[in-house]
Design a binder for this molecule. Sequence first.
Ligand code: CAA
Length: 267
Amino acid sequence: MNANMTPTFDHLLLTQPQDNIWLITIDRPKALNALNSALLMSLNQAFQWLDSLPSTKVIMLTGSGDKAFVAGADVAAMQSMTALEARDFSSLGMALMQQIESCSAPVIALVNGFCLGGGCELALSCDYILASENAVFGQPEVSLGITPGFGGTQRLARSIGKGNAMHWILTGDRISAQNALKLNVCNQIFSPAELLKGGLVQADKIARNSPCAVRFAKQLIHQGLNMSLQDGCQLETERFALSFTTQDQTEGMAAFLERRPARFSNQ
Ligand code: CAA
């Protein structure tokens, strides 16, 4: 993809640190990358566009500046909202989180600083989270007189269990990267200077695998979380069988047996 052909999205920077790997940087540093309606729509469009490119294998998401991934939904924009406007705003956020989860390409959050409220919800909707040592997680909404509104009560409880989610959400405490790692909210911690490099190493590993198989595996994990174990395993059997209809399966197994690297075609 020629960089000149990349469309522009308000308050976002789209770069391609490596073939097939994209980095979306939320670029509203003066407001610590807080999410307003325009930014939520921009992000949704950017994810849709990147996922529509057959060449996209991994998407990474981070915040500009060295202070914040995203410090939450935009409090100044929310202050005067009516209940109906708040419902629309929440629906926009929910649609973005669903868009990220349903992207064929895996999405890795690179959390570089404050990751609060809607920012934490955004990171939780990514497939997994890598954090810098200065990352600070939290759901402080109750201190503002509101509940989380982009899925935090639901995704956090599924991610870290009822008791931990209650603690985060009811106290509004700020949680360090180390504590987030203990709770498996983030998978790994890097120094701020190494975060992007660490993300790229993992994105590169994913990008070398069969895109079909990666896509199926991502879908299975997301769908399975909302199913009984039995139904999830049945779905896995069907998707496993479906993967045997792909050229990637033929190529992957032939390459293994011929002791050579696989050349996957995403078909
Ligand atoms: N919305 C709008 N603006 C924000 C913001 C937010 N969530 N977070 C920070 N900003 C703005 C500040 O207003 C400030 O702007 P000005 O320079 O124009 O005054 C600028 O970003 C820098 O912020 P601070 O001066 O506050 O920086 P700090 O280092 O002293 O503190 C912080 C950083 C602890 C993250 C603090 O900014 C903060 O607590 N932010 C709000 C966090 C929050 O409550 N998030 C949840 C929002 S509600 C939500 O997200 C609902 C939902 O689930 C959908």
